[in-house]
Design a protein around this ligand. Structure first.
Ligand code: SF4
Length: 460
């Protein structure tokens, strides 16, 4: 019996999908990517944009029409707003929050399905002590969601959720309504997962959370802080590099942090440990104080500037990434120019720039979306041009240098592989040797372009 999982949205949903896969496979289901082959069809939903929600409706409509011809069970999890939840309840067979994932086996059985694992157990029982299907427990009973060992989708890069939910309530965002308030995962579990992955030879680990650097604040002193967690991970990295075979190197990233919670202490710890990657994602969203106030971001451009100055003075080699929204409700031409000025000042290596669109359930969805679409496009285009220039100037500085990169896959350019520097800058190099994927190699940078570089392979 097969299942098919369709995840929408961000890394958090991909990470949740890895845990859903584990549970379904522990129940005996086999994965397929072909929806038509599956008896269980699930969606990990994203409520960030109406478009993503519309995709859920299209998918479930299609799946429900298939039910006339064959037996099928559908479920939905992930980020779902309460208004959508009410509409989905009649369309899907099962609906659960990610915290309820450990009970998925029970839910499937209550829905009237005999899972493949139950079936196998019942067949075995014919030759052993009497057992009924209802007696068969979930094969791998777990106390909660965090404890579920994920089915990692890569053998060298992994996401590690450290926190779920958000208390910030930025006015453009619905996460606090879909995922609830911040809950930090116990540090013991996080460190054990990091250690396991390092032992298994993973090279790139990303700590995940909606507001990753407020880690521990919800535990009122009974849990370590984010800098303390980074320090513990740094220690794992330090010990790992002492291994005799020298193969214990790895890079640790985190996303997404909130500028308000980016402490000097966290930056000092990143500087201190080699395994803590020198790449910082610091979403500015806007370079105008009035817009930041309406976004309820809780920092001013000047406060943000102080954090960037601390990063630059403590870790000069760190790359800086950001998120920017253009055309937020009420954003004037002058306010947009302030964002452009901020972008030039902070010299980002990468910026994820989005045109504002009201997100269902978020506070700003009740306000006028009054910047015309064409103007938003123009602003997006202008900032993308700025980014290209900045990135090209930065990448040109690497020409002639040797860089360590982690090879992540084949490149779009035929006969080339693609990798990333510690600062997550993209480097392609001529090679068809796919055994290099998942390994650190050294390349000499020969050419630069906006957002990528080209190098030649030197050695492993
Ligand atoms: S910090 Fe703001 S943007 Fe980030 S998840 Fe929380 S509410 Fe959303």
């Amino acid at each position: 019996m097969k299942y098919c999982l369709v995840p929408f949205g961000c890394q958090m949903n991909i990470s949740d999908s890895e845990r859903i896969r584990s549970v379904l496979e522990s129940l005996g289901y086999e994965r397929t990517t072909v929806e038509e082959e599956a008896e269980i069809l699930g969606i990990v939903a994203c409520s960030v944009r109406q478009k993503a929600i519309d995709k859920v409706y299209t998918r479930i409509h299609k799946w429900n029409t298939w039910k006339a011809e064959r037996s099928l069970t559908t479920f939905i999890s992930g980020c779902v707003l309460s208004a959508d939840r009410e509409k989905f309840v009649d369309r899907f067979d099962l609906m659960f929050t990610i915290n309820e994932l450990p009970k998925l086996g029970e839910m499937i059985r209550h829905h009237g399905l005999v899972t493949p694992a139950s079936l196998r157990a019942a067949e075995n029982a014919i030759h052993g002590p009497a057992v009924t299907v209802d007696d068969v427990p979930t094969p791998d009973p777990r106390k909660d969601y965090w404890k579920i060992a994920p089915h990692y989708s890569s053998s060298f890069q992994a996401y590690i959720p450290i926190q779920n939910g958000c208390n910030k309530f930025c006015t453009f965002c619905a996460v606090p309504y879909t995922r609830g308030r911040e809950v930090s995962r116990p540090s013991k579990e996080i460190l054990a997962e990091v250690q396991r992955l390092v032992n298994a030879g993973y090279k790139s680990l990303t700590l995940l959370g909606q507001n990753v650097n407020s880690y521990g604040l919800d535990r009122n002193g009974s849990e370590m802080s984010f800098p303390a967690l980074l320090r513990e991970i740094g220690q794992i990295g330090w010990k790992s590099t002492q291994r005799r075979d020298g193969g214990g190197r790895f890079w640790v990233y985190f996303t997404s942090p909130h500028p308000k919670d980016m402490t000097d202490e966290a930056i000092d710890v990143i500087a201190e440990y080699d395994c803590l990657a020198k790449q910082i994602h610091l979403p500015i969203q806007s370079g105008d104080d009035k817009v930041l106030l309406r976004m309820k971001r809780n920092y001013s451009v000047d406060e943000y500037r102080k954090t960037v100055e601390k990063i630059r003075s403590t870790i000069p080699e760190a790359t800086l990434f950001t998120d920017i929204i253009v055309g937020f409700t009420g954003e004037t031409a002058e306010q947009f120019e302030n964002t452009r000025a901020a972008m030039r000042e902070f010299q980002y290596n990468m910026a994820y720039i989005a045109m504002y669109s009201p997100r269902p359930g978020a506070a700003s969805a009740r306000w006028d979306d009054d910047v015309p679409h064409e103007e938003k496009r123009r602003r997006l285009h202008e900032l993308s041009g700025e980014l290209q220039e900045m990135s090209l100037a930065c990448n040109q500085c690497f020409i002639g240098t040797e860089q360590t990169i982690l090879v992540v896959g084949t490149d779009r350019k035929d006969g080339y592989l693609s990798g990333k520097t510690e600062g997550r800058l993209i480097v392609r190099f001529a090679s068809t040797d796919e055994s290099l994927i998942g390994r650190f190699i050294t390349v000499r940078i020969e050419a630069a372009a906006p957002l990528s570089m080209e190098g030649s392979f030197i050695g492993v």
